[in-house]
Design a protein. Sequence first.
Length: 65
Amino acid sequence: MDIKPIKSMQDYDNALVRIDSLMDAKLDTSEGDELDVLVILVEAFERHNFPIEAPDPIEVTVQTP
């Protein structure tokens, strides 16, 4: 397992490809641990680089059929 911080879009894309390849990894294996760590790193990268702001409450309306 060679895990590094995600610092660029290339790192991010590589992490997503690796996550895809590990999706069937079993828990409590080295592959399962690698998957867990990569998911945490990707989530942190996305939170920092692609923030989702809360909607304006005035613009949020409830639609009824």
